[in-house]
Ligand binder design. Structure first.
Ligand SMILES: C[S@@+](CC[C@H](N)C(=O)[O-])C[C@H]1O[C@@H](n2cnc3c(N)ncnc32)[C@H](O)[C@@H]1O
Length: 276
C-alpha cells in the first residue's frame, strides 16, 4: 500500500463520517458466512478477525457468534473511532496492515474483509490469511456494488438514480482511485481465493435512508473527501438535496425524507483445507 493510499482514511473527521453514515454489514451476509463456516467447524467458534474494519461496520455483527472478535485497520483514526463507539466486551480493535496481521499461525476461525480488499496487495493478504486460519477456517471477502434508487414510480426511480450517479460518477469522476474502484465495481471477478472450497455469492441489499443519510454516505467516499480537500468552498450536497426533493415532488426536509436504495453485494468465500 503506498503512502497516498494510506493517507486516504487517516483523518479523524473521515472516521467520524464513517461511523455516522457507512452501512453496517447486511445480516444476510453474516448469516451466509456463519452458515458456510459451521459446515465444517464445531461450535463454539473462537476467534474472528475483521481486516480493514474501518470503525467496525462489519465487525460488530460478528460478536454474537464468536468468543472474541478483533478488528484491524491500517488507520489509527478509524481504530480510535471503533474503540470510542464500541459497547461489546468481546470486540477488540487494533491497528495492523492487512498484509502483516499480528496473530499466531492457525489461531483464527474466520477472517472477514468488507469493502476493502480492493485496496490491498491481494496475494500478500491471502498469504497472511492462510497462515493465521485454523484448518477448515474461512475467508469471506465482500463489498457493495453501486447503488440504485428504488421507487414505486419507475420514472421517479430512474430520475433519482440519475441524480445519484451524476454526483458519484460525474461530479466526483476525477477524484476516484480508478484501478482500485474498477476492482470493486466489477464484483472482484479479477480476484479469487485459491482454496479448493471456493464460491462466489451475489445478493441484493435494500435500505431505507433519509436523504441526509444518503448524501452523508456520499460524503464518506474517498472521492468526496478528496474533492472536499481540493475544493473546500464547493457545496455539492445542498444542490443534491434540492434535486432529489424536486424529483420526489415533495417539500419535506432532507432529514425527514426517506428513499430506498438497492445494491448488489459481491462475496468471495473460501475454506482452508481441513488436513494440511
Ligand atoms: C472503505 S473502508 C471499509 C471499512 C469497513 N470494513 C466497512 O465495511 O465499511 C476501507 C478501509 O480499509 C482500510 N485499509 C486500506 N488498506 C488497508 C491495508 N493494507 N491494511 C489494513 N487496512 C487497510 C482503510 O483504512 C479503511 O478503513
Amino acid at each position: 500500500m503506498n503512502a497516498a493510499t494510506r493517507k486516504q482514511f487517516a483523518e479523524a473527521e473521515h472516521a467520524t463520517v464513517y461511523t455516522k453514515y457507512r452501512p453496517k454489514a447486511d445480516p444476510k451476509v453474516l448469516e451466509t458466512v456463519i452458515k458456510y463456516l459451521k459446515e465444517k467447524k464445531q461450535t463454539p467458534l473462537n476467534v474472528a478477525v475483521d481486516v480493514a474494519c474501518g470503525s467496525g461496520q462489519s465487525t460488530v455483527g460478528l460478536a454474537p457468534y464468536f468468543k472474541k472478535v478483533i478488528g484491524y485497520d491500517i488507520s489509527a483514526a478509524q481504530i480510535n473511532e471503533g474503540r470510542r463507539v464500541n459497547t461489546l466486551r468481546n470486540i477488540e480493535y487494533a491497528t495492523a496492515d492487512a498484509e502483516n496481521i499480528p496473530l499466531p499461525d492457525k489461531s483464527v476461525d474466520l477472517v472477514t474483509c468488507s469493502q476493502a480488499v480492493h485496496w490491498f496487495n491481494f496475494d500478500a493478504f491471502f498469504r497472511e490469511v492462510d497462515r493465521i486460519l485454523t484448518p477448515n477456517g474461512v475467508l469471506a471477502v465482500y463489498s457493495r456494488g453501486d447503488y440504485v434508487l428504488v421507487h414505486e414510480d419507475a420514472d421517479v426511480a430512474k430520475e433519482l438514480t440519475k441524480i445519484y450517479k451524476d454526483c458519484t460518477w460525474k461530479t466526483l469522476a476525477a477524484y476516484w482511485n480508478d484501478p482500485v474502484h474498477a476492482t470493486r465495481q466489477n464484483g472482484y471477478v479479477d480476484l479469487a481465493i485459491p482454496y479448493p472450497d471456493f464460491e462466489r455469492v451475489t445478493m441484493e441489499s435494500q435500505m431505507d435512508l433519509t436523504l441526509t443519510s444518503l448524501t452523508g454516505f456520499i460524503s464518506s467516499f474517498t472521492a468526496y473527501q478528496r474533492f472536499h480537500r481540493e475544493n473546500p468552498n464547493d457545496d455539492i450536497i445542498t444542490p443534491l438535496h434540492t434535486r432529489f426533493l424536486q424529483a420526489l415532488n415533495v417539500q419535506t426536509l432532507p432529514e425527514e425524507t426517506t428513499v430506498t436504495t438497492s445494491c448488489p453485494i459481491f462475496m468471495m468465500i473460501g475454506r482452508k483445507p481441513g488436513t494440511i
